[in-house]
Design a protein around this ligand. Structure first.
Ligand code: PEP
Length: 302
């Protein structure tokens, strides 16, 4: 029997509001109180654990004043109190995290994420941002290993792995990006590439930690190009990723991990993608920069 304590609830509330357990559990009285206060849900067993996650990656867009306007418009329309099967995440640039956090605090199901994290705690790392800094701005999520960081900033599977470990150590939920380039797909290497990225990102993690990650499959050829993967292409890769998770951890873990699709997702194609069995949400670039479009993605089934 697992004893769930106050600190477990607080940590779950900071990382998306879900607390996973595969054992029977009891709550301490303080934990029981915190569960209600922080709107945390305890989930156990199988695929029902997966929530839909609609995450916006704003990239290097939105100075503070624009970020405040966008986040307020999203907060006004998100209405997640009534939609209990999903959460929305906004990932503005570091400079706008605090102001966006202030505007969305208290809105159910709407969370703040960062676009990167450094794996050391503090020190002489000019220009880097630590996990504690992200937490102090109100972040619950953190994108790690986006293909743009791999391409332009030398991110490797090894540094992705270090960042994932640091995020988990600090109770931030990592959104780990994987995906093949056009050349890799055209030479039928997409499965091999994604398998290596998944194995690298999760290397040395316990099953319990793997349960807490979110994976985003983002074929590089679909990012910002207007060329979306077809639901069949995306579903087939998502099922493969789940197989890899089962091989690295086990079937229950693989069923509990949300796998998002990213790459030119728009209100026009979201439904077809999210109807696929293994697609649990989206990581969205361009369409997350307009509140109206992002809200259509969040409420894709209205
Ligand atoms: C992204 O950068 O994560 C992304 C999916 O971008 P877009 O939606 O613009 O293709």
């Amino acid at each position: 029997m697992k004893l769930i304590q106050y600190a477990d609830i607080l940590s779950a509330s900071r990382s998306g509001g879900k607390l996973f357990t595969d054992e029977k559990y009891v709550l301490t009285p303080l934990a029981k109180e915190a569960l209600k206060r922080h709107n945390v849900e305890i989930l156990s067993g199988g695929s029902s654990m997966r929530k839909i996650i609609i995450a916006g990656n704003w990239k290097m867009n939105m100075a503070n004043d624009e970020a405040i306007l966008l986040s307020k418009a999203v907060a006004a329309g998100v209405g997640m109190g009534e939609v209990k099967d999903r959460i929305a995440v906004m990932c503005p640039p570091f400079t706008a995290l605090s102001s966006v956090a202030a505007g969305i605090s208290g809105i159910k199901g709407l969370y703040l994420g960062a676009q990167n994290i450094f794996y050391e705690d503090k020190g002489a790392y000019t220009g880097e941002i630590s996990a504690d800094m992200l937490l102090s701005c109100g972040c619950s999520f953190c994108i790690i290993g986006h293909s743009e960081r791999r391409k332009y900033f030398g991110e490797t599977d090894e540094t992705v792995n270090k960042r994932v470990k640091k995020a988990l150590e600090k109770s931030l939920t990592p959104i780990i990006c994987v995906g093949e380039t056009l050349e890799e797909r055209e030479s039928s290497r997409e499965l091999r590439v994604v398998k290596k990225q998944i194995a690298g990102a999760l290397s040395g993690l316990s099953k319990n930690d793997i349960m807490k990650v979110v994976i985003a499959y983002e074929p590089v050829w679909a990012i910002g190009t207007g060329k979306t993967a077809s639901p069949e292409q995306a579903q087939s890769m998502h099922a493969y990723i789940r197989e890899q998770l089962a091989a690295i951890a086990d079937g229950d873990v693989s069923q509990s991990v949300s796998i998002l699709y990213g790459g030119s997702m728009t209100p026009a194609n979201v439904k077809g993608l999210l109807e696929c069995a293994d697609i649990d949400g989206g990581l969205i670039g361009g369409a997350s920069l307009k509140a109206e479009d992002f809200l259509k993605l969040v409420h894709f089934d209205d």
